[in-house]
Design a protein. Structure first.
Length: 426
């Protein structure tokens, strides 16, 4: 148990929230102990006249019990709440002496022992102090009982066994109560630590969720809006150059592309806000979305795009999983954006293939879908292999259990290969 002295020893220590939980429960229990003890004293006071006690002995007993109640009001009740051992010891001395004096007047006063033994274990800490006080109380009460019979050896020997039984019962019960109280304190401490751990875990999960959501939004914006705005800027510059050369027809074509790209970006922005699926996959397959992406890339850059999506045009999607289809689409968008910014390519090949079904016996690798984007540009250069776009692509692919490989093409340029697991739908 935590005593007041222990807490006072370190004034700089922060309040223990776990001890506070136990103290609140203890405070409620002490109220009932107050009432029970006062009731025992009052019942003993009523029982004394009923047992035939009269004259000075009755008033001596009443005086001793009044002293016990006064000491309890001054010290005992406060010690029960603060666990202050100095105050508790002062009250226990009065309790033992007062009980012995009362018992010496009439044997019926042994009723006080029910409350006295209980208070010793309630107030004193550690338990060995309560054991010593219980022995002292039992000895003092034995002397008081023998005092009624003339305080001779036969009376003392007759009273001692009865008090020894009461002492043994009180000590065993007290030890059980003390053990239960320590277990309650430990449980309260563990519960408090568990609540703190749960709160920290929830806060950690919340922070991780916020970070993950920010990263997801950053990737979404990079793969959609940022690339769209890059295209808008590029086409607007081309339109301006065409106007400077007096080529109004070509400028008009570029402005049409600017308008279409801006509309697509607006739709993407609305989809992000509404947390819908990416716009290019709404109501269409991955193969169809890749075809539109290739057509727009050719219109914007003039580069020829060879699209090969044979065997992946089923309504269920190329992979059978919407999330994996989105990953492949975003990978194609990022790869084409890199081609536009860095490669200077004249031709690009986009190949989407699905592996053959797995061997029924379980042999061989699991089926998957592979996306390849190959250009004939200037190839990889330092600093272009770990940028935000490729890092985001790697995270997306890893999230669906896929792999990403970026390297030089067989005939120059750059080859980006993304492979993701395929589902049952195909």
């Amino acid at each position: 148990m935590t005593t007041a002295d222990d807490g006072a020893a370190d004034p700089a220590a922060a309040p223990d929230r776990y001890a506070a939980v136990v103290d609140d429960d203890w405070e409620r229990q002490v109220v009932w102990w107050d009432r029970t003890f006062v009731a025992i004293v009052l019942l003993t006071a009523v029982a004394l006249p009923s047992a035939g006690q009269r004259g000075p002995q009755l008033w001596v007993a009443y005086g001793a019990m009044a002293a016990i109640l006064l000491a309890y009001a001054l010290w005992g009740a406060r010690a029960a709440r603060t666990r202050d051992q100095r105050t508790a010891t002062a009250y226990v001395v009065v309790l033992i002496v007062g009980t012995a004096v009362t018992v010496a007047q009439n044997g019926i006063a042994t009723l006080l022992l029910f409350g006295a033994f209980t208070q010793l274990w309630m107030l004193l800490d550690p338990p060995r102090r309560a054991v010593v006080a219980s022995v002292v109380l039992a000895a003092a009460s034995t002397v008081g009982i023998s005092f009624q019979g003339g305080f001779d050896v036969p009376t003392l020997l007759q009273a001692a066994p009865q008090m020894a039984i009461a002492l043994a019962f009180a000590v065993m019960l007290g030890l059980w109560v003390a053990t239960t109280m320590r277990l309650s304190e430990e449980r309260a401490r563990l519960l408090g630590e568990l609540r703190d751990a749960q709160a920290e875990l929830a806060e950690s999960h919340h922070a991780a969720g916020v970070t993950a959501e920010r990263e997801r939004l950053a990737r979404e914006i990079h793969d959609t809006l940022a690339q769209g705005f890059t295209s808008v800027v590029t086409q607007a510059q081309a339109a301006t150059a065409a106007l400077d050369r007096g080529e109004q027809g070509r400028a008009r074509e570029r402005l049409v592309l600017v308008e279409q790209t801006a509309r697509d970006n607006l739709a993407e922005a609305r989809a992000l806000v509404a947390a819908f699926a990416p716009v290019p996959l709404q109501g269409s397959t991955l193969a169809e979305a890749l075809r539109r992406l290739a057509e727009r890339f050719t219109a914007e850059t003039g580069a020829r795009v060879l699209l090969d999506v044979a065997g992946t045009t089923a309504p269920g999607g190329a992979t059978g999983h919407a999330a994996a289809d989105v990953v492949l689409l975003r990978a194609a968008q990022e790869a084409l954006a890199n081609v536009r910014r860095h490669a200077g390519a004249h031709a690009v090949t986009i190949r989407l293939t699905r592996d053959a079904p797995a061997d029924p016996a379980g042999a061989g690798p699991a089926p998957g879908v592979r996306l390849e984007v190959i250009d004939d540009g200037r190839g990889l250069s330092t600093g272009h292999t770990d940028g935000l776009g490729l890092a985001g692509m790697r995270e997306r692919v890893s999230a669906v259990g896929g792999t990403l490989d970026v390297g030089p093409g067989e005939q120059g340029g750059t080859r980006v290969e993304v492979r993701v697991p395929a589902g049952d739908a195909a």
